[in-house]
Design a protein around this ligand. Structure first.
Ligand code: GDP
Ligand code: IMO
Ligand code: MG
Length: 422
């Protein structure tokens, strides 16, 4: 099989960007299939940190084709900023990056609508990144979207004005102040930037390359527990973050998918509102946040931290059909005397085997406690040289999930990655 999918099994920020970059040499094409600039994928290469929002994490490999698929929502202003901070000139990047004509655009008013809707929600705010994701996907599903392919048409400005007019009419219902011009100039500069890149029906390209034996890695954004169907709705994002989303978001058949790589942190984090059974609002949680630098790559917000949640992990494995697990941030747990893992939930005193449908269900995590390890593990290259207590932790996860943990990440750098099998 020539298509693999790598996606997050928790609430996002599992380290997808770092790992996609690290395994890109095994692939010819790296493609984003959903989400938009709500994503923040950090890479560390030669001590320089890069944060990608829209552009696939294979972009730093000059010989790879990167695709922004039809399932992604693109904010042209963010796209331009990102292109300008990457390093290589546009003439070079335009040989590495292709955009689907069917990807929907995030309009300046989508961002304003996002803020207006969130503002109206009062105490039940989603904690959106306010990048316009919800309103852009709403327009896509409502058949009111403006797509990247329209940029190349003569009536683009006219179409734009029509959509803005419709959005401004909706905004009159909200008591919300905004300045459209503040966003508009950057947005149109972004449109000009997009014109430097091929905007094509990428589904043909992808299927053609696959039939010629090329290998594709589909890069997920957000995480399974933020999926619009299977996450803790409404505290979710607006796309299907699960493996099925890669098929609709790129135009590929599920029959052609090989490995589904599920990536998870050795603990859990969540940014924004919503249920988080193992959340630690204490010194332990603060320590994870400080050691793991758990602050949002997109918004800078502190991430909520907690112990690994096996029932949520098993759920994510089930809805994605994960074939291999990758574990990141093992180094962040170094130094704890003991480490807890949630193995089941209790609701009203009884064991609960499912992810509760209702967000107000009081879920009590049931933990087992394991010995921790003290060593600094970031320099270790060989799995066998990791502390016995960490290998015991990995074995435990494998037994619980019935899947191999094929990679353990021990630091943010591209090279701080230990592969156990290929
Ligand atoms: P993504 O959204 O899934 O790509 O993840 P983010 O980039 O938002 O967040 C992951 C953060 O952890 C980034 O700052 C990464 O540089 C960092 N990171 C990734 N893997 C590791 C790891 O194994 N150890 C440590 N300490 N940091 C890591
Ligand atoms: P990456 O790809 C973590 C969260 C937001 C909010 C909810 C809805 O970096 O893992 P949205 O902006 O989509 O309306 O926000 O989803 N969220 C993320 N959390 N990582 C992300 O992406 C996220 N993208 C959205 O914090 O709770
Ligand atoms: Mg992130």
């Amino acid at each position: 099989m020539n298509i693999d999918i790598l996606l997050g099994l928790q609430w996002g920020d599992e380290g997808k960007g770092k790992i996609v970059d690290a395994i890109s040499p095994h692939y010819d094409i790296i493609a984003r299939f959903q989400g938009g600039p709500n994503a923040g994928h950090s890479l560390k290469i030669d001590n320089v940190r890069h944060v990608l929002h829209l552009i696939p994490s294979g972009i730093f490999h000059p010989d790879k084709t990167n695709i922004i698929g039809n399932g992604v929502v693109i904010d042209p202003a963010v796209f331009k900023q990102e292109i300008e901070t990457l390093g290589p000139p546009v003439s070079e990047l335009s040989k590495r990056l292709i955009i689907s004509s069917r990807a929907n655009l995030i309009l300046p008013t989508h961002r304003i609508l996002d803020a207006a809707y969130e503002n109206q929600k009062g105490y039940v705010k989603i904690g959106s990144t306010l990048k316009g994701i919800g309103p852009a996907y709403t327009d896509k599903a409502g058949r009111n979207g403006l797509r990247a392919g329209e940029i190349l048409q003569g009536n683009f400005r006219q179409l734009y004005e029509m959509h803005i007019k419709r959005h401004l009419a909706i905004l009159t219902n909200y008591n919300f102040n905004f300045d459209l011009r503040e966003y508009e100039s950057g947005w149109f500069e972004g449109i000009e930037m997009l014109k430097n890149f091929p905007i094509i029906n990428t589904e043909y390209l992808v299927n053609d390359l696959i039939s010629k034996g090329k290998r594709l890695l589909a890069e997920g954004a957000q995480g399974t527990m933020l999926d619009v169907d299977f996450g803790s709705y409404p505290f979710v994002t607006s796309s299907n973050t699960i493996s099925a989303g890669a098929c609709t978001g790129l135009g590929i058949s599920p029959k052609k998918v090989g490995d589904i790589i599920g990536i998870f942190k050795a603990y859990c984090t969540r940014v924004g509102s919503g249920p988080f059974p193992t959340e630690l609002k204490d010194e332990t949680g603060n320590r994870m946040r400080a050691t793991g630098h758990e602050f949002g790559s997109t918004t800078g917000r502190p991430r909520r931290c907690g112990w690994l949640d096996i029932p949520a992990l098993k759920y994510a494995i089930m809805v994605n059909g994960v074939t291999r697990l990758f574990m990141t941030k093992a180094d962040v747990l170094s130094g704890f005397d003991t480490i807890k893992v949630c193995t089941s939930y209790k609701v009203d005193g009884s064991e609960c085997l499912e992810q509760p449908f209702r967000n107000d269900t009081v879920v009590e995590p049931v933990y087992i406690e394991m010995p921790g390890w003290k060593e600094n593990i970031s320099g270790i290259k060989d799995y066998q040289k990791l502390p016995a207590a960490l290998k015991n932790y990995v074995d435990f996860v494998e037994r619980q999930t019935n899947l191999p943990v094929a990679m353990v990440s021990v630091g943010p750098d591209r090279n701080e990655t230990i592969f156990r099998q290929n």
